[in-house]
Each structure stands twice: as C-alpha cells, then as structure tokens.
Design a protein around this ligand. Structure first.
Ligand code: SF4
Length: 344
C-alpha cells in the first residue's frame, strides 16, 4: 500500500504505475483530450511506426487545451517531418554502441553510466536514443553482477550515473537492491540519477524512493529533464521540496528545441521557475543529430544569441551551460559563446 503524501488539499498519493499504464499512445486520443482538430496533423500520425508514442496523462494535463502549438505537445506529437532524411542526422549520434559491458558505458574516466531500464514513461520525439537497441543493452541478473564487478574493479570510478531509458521506471524494490550494492563499493562517492519520469508523472517521487536515497551512504543527485516552465507545476514543485529537504541535490538539463523553448523569454522563465522549485539549471543541450528529429534543430548562431540574452538577463547561477555531445568524445563539449566572462 503506497504511502499518503499530503500535497494538494484532498489529493492522495497516486500509484505511478497505474498512471504509466494509462498513458496516451494514440495521437487521436491525445488531441481529442486537448480539444484540438486532428485533421491538420493526421498525416504525421504514421510516425508512430518510427518511434512509439507515449504521453502520460499528468503531462498532457499541463498542456493548454485547444492550442496545437503548445510547447509540451510539440515535444510528443508524431509529425510527418520525422520521415525526412537530413544530411548529418544519424541513428546513433553519440556512437553509444561501444559499451564496456551490456548496459554499462564507461565514457568518462571517473564515471560510468548504467542503463537500468530501457523504456521511458514518455517518448520525446527528439530523443537521441529513439533508435537505441535497448534489448541488447538491458542487463539481466547476471549482467547486473558483471556490471557491479566491473565498477568494483575500477577504483578510478567515483560516480555512477543511472540512466536509461529512464532509471526510475524500475520499481523501488529493485532500486533499493541496486543502491545497496553500489553503496557497498568503497571507492564510489556519488549516485546520480538522470530522469524525466517525475516531470511527466510527479507521483513517481515516492516517499520510499526519497528515503532510500537519503539514507544511502552515497551523495544523491537527481538530474531532471525539463524543457519548458509549464512542465514544472505546483504539484511537482511541492513534491521536490521534500527531496531537497532530504539533502538530495536537484539539477536540470534541457534540450534547446525549435518551437518549444528557442526564445530568450521562455528560457529565462524556465530558469526562474526551476530556481523557485530549488533546482539549479545545469545544461542546455544542443540537439543530438538523430534521424527523425531535424525539425527540432536550432542553429548555433541562434543558440549563441539566446545565451547572450540569458547572460544579460539572469544572474550567472541561473544560466545553464550550452553544450553539445559529439559522438565518440568522452565529455560534453561547451559551445564557445565568443563573449568576455562576466562573474556577476
Ligand atoms: S525521457 Fe529522455 S531518454 Fe526518454 S524519450 Fe525523453 S529524451 Fe529520450
């Protein structure tokens, strides 16, 4: 029986797995829910064949009814643009097939990335892993033991990044075992979780999960993925508040997306809303050039101009770093803004 969290007056702790099971998988149903005429969008519905559509209802409820250009809707609605073959856009833009073991990527000297679960609660149309072969990279029980043994045998590793898909798709019982096994490796210091699940189903932030992390020896960092201020409503902010109070560091990374957040006011509003909820803006990613997502790309000159506006408008600690990932490179590459540093 899940615990009851006193959030909005009268609201009970909702079972996140039930919300997951009730996600929209059909564009027709989602558009009907939003009172949007499907006719102009019909041709794009076939793009579900390229990448399944999945939109949890709590995320759909943050969209503006009747607005076909809603920035949250644009992130999830299959469009005919996804069939465009564009030079430079490839199936595996980060060249991630070269893993140390199934489900374990050792790209950085001191950090490893562990694929905990293949799937996500939401399928973002711009996702760089939309073609990733999760079936070959989701370890079974023996695979877990091999991954833990690898980490234990590499004393230079001090941080484990749980990734996916979305690692919070795993049940709390499963995560509890994993957290304990990782805490038993003495050279590890930090446990980082990259997730979008609480943004699309806030009920995933269970008390149990928070307690597991706050009682673990490893310092916990939750890196959320929020692209627009409308994704961060009062319900999510309230839930995150208790995580912050449990000494869990909250960071955010966004992707710069045409038609979603590619203007300075939208990005300023996002940083302000994040900080109000106790989350620090961390990275703003240039789009990874994955096949089917070229219509989301923002060119570097525009990205740099936006960053200049953010630097003029916001205190430095609210300006995320503009970065891109380059396939085969160990680290994210900061994009040179060509500006004099200002440490305000
Ligand atoms: S949550 Fe992240 S990994 Fe999952 S579909 Fe969206 S961008 Fe991709």
């Amino acid at each position: 029986m899940p615990a009851i969290i006193p959030l909005k007056q009268g609201s009970l702790h909702i079972n996140w797995q039930k919300e997951l099971a009730q996600a929209f998988t059909s564009p027709e149903q989602l558009l009907a829910h939003l009172a949007i005429d499907p006719a102009p969008w019909q041709a794009g519905f076939a793009a579900r064949r390229l990448f399944v559509m999945r939109v949890p209802r709590p995320f759909a409820d943050k969209m503006v009814k009747g607005d076909a250009n809603d920035p949250l809707l644009r992130q999830v609605l299959p469009l005919s643009d996804e069939f465009n073959e564009v030079a430079g856009f490839v199936k595996d833009p980060l060249d991630e097939h070269d893993s140390a073991l199934p489900g374990l990527l050792h790209k950085y000297r001191s950090r490893v990335l562990l694929v905990v679960r293949g799937g996500c609660a939401i399928n973002c149309r711009y996702c760089f892993r939309r073609h990733f072969p999760y079936a070959e990279n989701s370890p079974d029980q023996a695979g877990w033991q091999a991954a833990l043994a690898y980490i234990a045998a590499h004393p230079e590793i001090n941080e484990v990044i749980l990734s996916g898909g979305d690692p919070l798709m795993a049940k709390d019982e499963h995560l509890a075992r994993l957290f304990n096994d990782l805490a038993a490796i003495p050279h590890l210091k930090r446990l980082r979780i990259h997730t979008r699940l609480p943004v699309v189903i806030p009920a995933r932030l269970t008390d149990e999960l928070r307690e597991l992390l706050s009682h673990n020896r490893l310092q916990a960092v939750l890196v959320l993925h929020i692209n627009h201020a409308n994704e961060l409503d009062d319900d999510l902010s309230l839930r995150l508040n208790s995580w912050r109070q449990a000494d869990i560091t909250l960071l955010n990374q966004s992707v710069l997306l045409a038609g979603v957040n590619d203007n300075a006011q939208t990005l300023c509003d996002l940083s302000e809303r994040l900080f109000s909820a106790g989350i620090l803006p961390y990275y703003l990613h240039q789009l990874d050039k994955v096949t089917g997502a070229a219509h989301f790309a923002v060119d570097d000159n525009k990205a740099k101009a936006l960053m200049a506006e953010l630097l003029a408008e916001l205190p430095g600690f609210l300006v995320p770093k503009l970065v891109r990932e380059i396939g085969g490179e160990a680290n994210k590459t900061p994009i040179d803004l060509g500006l004099e540093p200002d440490f305000s």
